[in-house]
Design a protein around this ligand. Sequence first.
Ligand code: PMP
Length: 307
Amino acid sequence: LSMADRDGWIWLDGELTPWREAKTHVLTHALHYGSAVFEGERIYEGRVFRLSAHSARLVNSARLLDYDLPWTREQIDDATREVVKANGLAFGYIRPIAWRGSEVMGVSAVGTKVHLAIAPWAQEGRLSVQVKPGGIRVTMAKYRRPSPEVAPGAAKAAGLYIICGIEKDRALKAGFDDALMLDWQGRLAESTGANVFLVLGGKLVTPKVENFLDGITRRAVIGLARKRGWEVEERAVMPQELDDASEVFLCGTAAEIVPVGAIDHRHYQVGPMTRTLMADYAELVRQPDCEGFGESVHFATCATVER
Ligand code: PMP
């Protein structure tokens, strides 16, 4: 079923709009110049996991790109609840997106209006990467995440997903499930749609966020691990360290927690720490108080990162 041809409601610029009528023009600035910021959220038992954190990150992404977003974080939270309810969804995925419209054409965005749509649909289980019995197979990407001098990587911006799309498809064509990207300095960064964790010497290690996406799931996983009394290191991780890892997993809103069975020639077991965190996460997202911010109150608000 095409994403454009479905029943249901999409919240569009303040109105609940029939799904098939939620359209935009071919001369939309965002289509030509990549001027859109978005979120990916999940509905569990009728509640949106970390809703306020996602809305806050959307507002932050818009600010990083200098969009005049006419909605506050609180209004976006309310609109999201409204459209989830209108669609009667208990389990689902939500795509909020803010973009520059078709009011004016040209590189300059002056005169364009910033639009906002929130589209939720039924979804159970994972999106983008599926759990496989022995873990998924990942390859190393050729392109890297941009440096802070090249792009505001803290923004969940459409334009920053060009590389993710290329690398995801390259990986799929070569028989892998996903690709792992390095940052501009050759350190591990993230996969095409999720953050990455390693178990090294019994400790959980994850790349410190520097100009790639500050994952809300990543923060939840760190919180769950610390609650269990496990040590978590957020630091620069070099790709060679993958040789010594006993477990590797990806995590993100769509992927949830996905064990990695292989990265190119390296093989990993689906180990006890990954399994425990998967169970803990499945329980966490079903808590009655799972909306709100959780561990994700602050997002980087400047376009450049100190080095
Ligand atoms: N990195 C990238 C490139 C992503 O697309 C995502 C998914 N939004 C993540 C990391 C994980 O972020 P989150 O846990 O907030 O979904």
